[in-house]
Design a protein around this ligand. Sequence first.
Ligand SMILES: *Cc1c(COP(=O)(O)O)cnc(C)c1O
Ligand SMILES: [Zn+2]
Length: 418
Amino acid sequence: MKYRCVRCGRTAPSFEGFQCGCGGLVEVEHRFIEVSRETFDRRLGCTEEPYNSGVWRYKELIHPEIGAEQVVTRPEGNTNLYVRGGVSEYTGIRRLTMKHEGENPTGSFKDRGMTVAVSEALRAGAETVVCASTGNTSASVAAYAAQAGLRSVVFVPAGEIALGKLAQALAYGARVIQVKGYFDDAMRLVREASRQLNLYVLNSLNPWRIEGQKSIVFEALQQMRWIPPDWIVVPAGNLGNTSAFGKALKELGQLGLLERMPRIAAVQAEGANPFYRLWKDKGGRLEPVNPSTVASAIKIGDPVSWEKALDAVGLTGGTVEQVSDSEILEAKAVVDATGVGCEPASAASVAGAKKLAEAGVIGPDEEVLCVLTGNILKDTETTIRYHSGGFSSAGRMNRPVTVDADLGSIEKALRSPT
Ligand SMILES: *Cc1c(COP(=O)(O)O)cnc(C)c1O
Ligand SMILES: [Zn+2]
């Protein structure tokens, strides 16, 4: 394998940094051996490490060269698909499937990239790993570093990350640094600190994160019996996932394992929409914004992987959409009420699919896969605030009632509407 700059195309046989001299990000380019779907199908239900992982099942497509014994895995992936009448009715998309990445070991898709990048960090002889995070990356870094015996340092925007995520980072033993600023400030500091203090960076500008996250697409296709949907809809923040999906589809195509190309729809929050703006302006350079959204996982104003993501959306004939916070919260309430549940940022995919269907971009009979990126228990504050009337528009509120400890009060509470 080699490392290739996505901007100027320069390649290097060994790792020289996440960024090329020209400023472009680097990606991993494999020389694939011939693989077949049967190899992956045979490993379904396997109990042997690391092939029991929904990432390492596709090892030949993700990291063919690493030894199986060098892999740090929980295992991750093997997340379920859900079809729910309530969500189809809400979005107006009859054939809508959700893939729940909140079912990963630390509760988000970040684990899929982390197992690969932490395994690679060990191979590279790293001692301390670092990331900037809106929360889920820090939880994942902390857990995988603990397992691998590495020190971890995580930079998070002070007061801006959901408590479930902060709790995980603390509990798993990361050094948590709360930066007074946005995620983007934390990201800038990580890039500076890593150079000067020799820390191994586990953000998605690390190309091995992207390799691992390709497995969301591989696994979804395998679960759909290798028949691709028409659309794959994904919440978009730092744009690592969007990039990974594009790379996965491109490589499956090159290997002759893709029947037809699904379109990627990347969905941003209106208040953190630099990639949406770039798309609407038909290219040029990404203009950073000061981000503002209730969906803290995608509250990012200066996404690192925008060039890779632009290629991904373009390659698949896809699109970029934006949704408001009230659309996100309403979609979340719908997903939650079906018993599936997700964190706010995840619901951006469902809200975006609805908007694209209403605009006629997604056809009424098209098959749509929405990726739910994080677990419902990550951000309980927002959920409780929504159901307690803390947001001005909360049409699906389920307000808790407090009663005196007697049967009469309970009867009364059960009779009154919520
Ligand atoms: C990280 C994250 C995102 C955004 O993914 P990017 O790869 O940064 O675009 C969306 N939802 C959740 C729950 C996340 O943790
Ligand atoms: Zn370059």
